[in-house]
Design a protein around this ligand. Structure first.
Ligand SMILES: Cc1cc2nc3c(=O)[nH]c(=O)nc-3n(C[C@H](O)[C@H](O)[C@H](O)COP(=O)(O)OP(=O)(O)OC[C@H]3O[C@@H](n4cnc5c(N)ncnc54)[C@H](O)[C@@H]3O)c2cc1C
Length: 451
């Protein structure tokens, strides 16, 4: 098994920490490693933004080689696989057979382990819920070295703590998930230009149940004067008869876009207010206001073919500010957050909005709740974290919360205010992992592990 001291970061490139990295090829090796480690965290494909999959100066179990598909039941679409399988692998395997992911985040380059431990969500959260709604069973390697199978019926409390549990309950080894049957690999998409916050929320209220998928790209550089300038993006899986002749020849196997790899050579100022302001204007005006059939990649992952795009932020990296705000407060929150960035001259290079619902059953630390999720990518500078702490106070006032897989800067008090089921989670953790074998830099920073 590969073992090496390495520098690691999340997708935001901050913080950068050292760790002893272990990369098992087989589940039996992963089991052996964990039995011998006193302080370890699982890492999937490193697409969380902050320090959720870091463990400064301790062990990190990289699960990317635990990537075998175990079984697939074609009539029902039930798939069993190892935790290192990526969502991209699943699409490649299942789409030609007429199945797609029931929930997808804006990148397919994450692992099943990361999707479960982060309870990820997509632009159908308000109708279908988050990833956990389609997870039937998890095989978890626990602190006492035993592999436990948990589900809604068996070891229910462990199941709901592991969903969204950031790897702190153990190592997910395998999972069983349900896929979604589709006729084609295309989306019947609709793009509507929106000029301000009021129009955006009016359209969202009116149209949120019309389509399977709804999201809005926000012009993060629009400033407080044009807050809410956005593109409302909606879509449904296209049916076979909606495709044109060329598409009908390969309805489930559209041609892939050529991948482009961004080299690691860009200074921190490559993306700046001027360049991004121009790009955003182009993006906004380029979209014609009508419906069209697009490949699923273009709809769900518009930048999926740009590998390592995080390098464009340079070595300083960026912070993702991702919050969910109850519907009643959401329009005010969007306006105020854009005003806040404007006043503090914080440039925002990427911003998205998605709709969310509450689920009766969710992970104890799952992020989503009824309302609107807002995501802002902000280039990091020395003052940014302090400024964001001030903004966190507003999020708490609006009864919102920040995403833990995006986080690199929250304080322990923020966590306690935002996650009311934290104590239940910690109580269960204490029961199943009294020595705190599973810990991460994030868990220590947020006071989830006694120091
Ligand atoms: C471009 C981009 C777009 C994104 N869009 C979305 C989005 O739309 N919605 C959304 O919800 N998220 C989104 N994310 C975030 C991403 O989906 C989550 O952070 C996801 O958890 C990353 O999975 P990963 O395999 O890379 O895991 P990592 O980043 O390696 O780890 C994330 C967490 O999962 C735990 N973990 C990983 N594997 C295991 C395992 N085998 N057992 C136990 N714990 C494990 C880690 O300990 C860590 O706490 C996006 C990320 C990127 C880079």
């Amino acid at each position: 098994m590969r073992r090496a001291a390495r520098q690691l970061s999340g997708w935001g490139r901050y913080p950068l920490e050292s760790a002893e990295c272990l990369r098992p090829e087989r589940i039996s090796q992963a089991e052996k490693v964990c039995t011998n480690s006193h302080n370890i965290i699982a890492r999937g494909l490193g697409r969380s933004f902050g320090d959720a999959s870091l463990n400064n100066d301790h062990d990190v179990l990289i699960c990317e080689r635990l990537n075998r598909l175990c079984s697939f039941d074609r009539p029902t679409g039930v798939l069993e696989c190892e935790a290192g399988v990526s969502l991209a692998d699943i699409i490649q395997f299942a789409l030609p057979k007429g199945y797609f992911l029931p929930v997808t985040p804006s990148t397919p380059h994450i692992s099943i382990g990361g999707a479960i431990a982060g309870d990820v969500y997509g632009c159908n959260q308000h109708l279908e819920g988050s990833f956990c709604q389609f997870v039937d069973k998890i095989e978890l390697l626990t602190a006492n070295g035993r592999v436990v199978t948990c589900s809604r019926e068996r070891q229910e409390d462990l199941f709901w703590a592991t969903i969204g549990g950031l790897g702190l309950t153990g190592i997910i080894l395998r999972a069983q998930i349900r896929l979604l049957p589709v006729e084609t690999a295309y989306i019947d998409a609709n793009y509507t230009k929106i000029s301000d916050v009021d129009q955006l929320f009016l359209q969202l209220e009116k149209n949120q149940h019309n389509c399977a998928y709804t999201m809005a790209w926000l012009d993060g550089m629009a400033g407080s004067k044009h807050a809410g300038r956005s593109l409302l993006i909606q879509g449904d899986h296209a049916r076979y008869e909606q495709l044109t002749g060329k598409m009908q020849r390969r309805p489930l196997r559209p041609k892939r876009r050529r991948d482009i790899s961004i080299p690691d050579m860009w200074p921190s100022w490559t993306l700046n207010s001027f360049t991004v302001g121009c790009l955003n204007k182009m993006y906004y005006w380029r979209h014609l206001q009508h419906a069209r059939i697009v490949k699923y990649q273009r709809f769900f992952y518009p930048f999926g073919h740009l590998h390592n795009w995080n390098r464009l932020y340079g070595k300083k990296g960026f912070l993702r500010y991702e919050c969910v705000i109850p519907w009643k407060q959401a329009a005010t929150a969007l306006q105020k957050i854009q005003e806040f960035f404007d006043q503090k001259s914080i440039p925002c290079f990427w911003a998205m909005l998605k709709l969310c619902r509450d689920d009766e059953n969710q992970g104890l630390l799952s992020f989503t709740r009824a309302g609107v999720s807002l995501t802002f990518d902000l280039p990091r500078d020395d003052e940014l974290i302090t400024q964001l702490h001030n903004l966190n106070d507003n999020i708490i006032e609006w009864d919102g919360r920040l995403s833990l897989v995006s986080d690199a800067f929250m304080r322990p008090s923020d966590l306690r205010h935002m996650y009311p089921q934290l104590e239940d989670f910690l109580e269960l953790k204490q029961r199943i992992d009294p020595q705190n074998i599973f810990q991460s830099s994030l868990a220590r920073r947020l006071g989830m592990i006694p120091q």
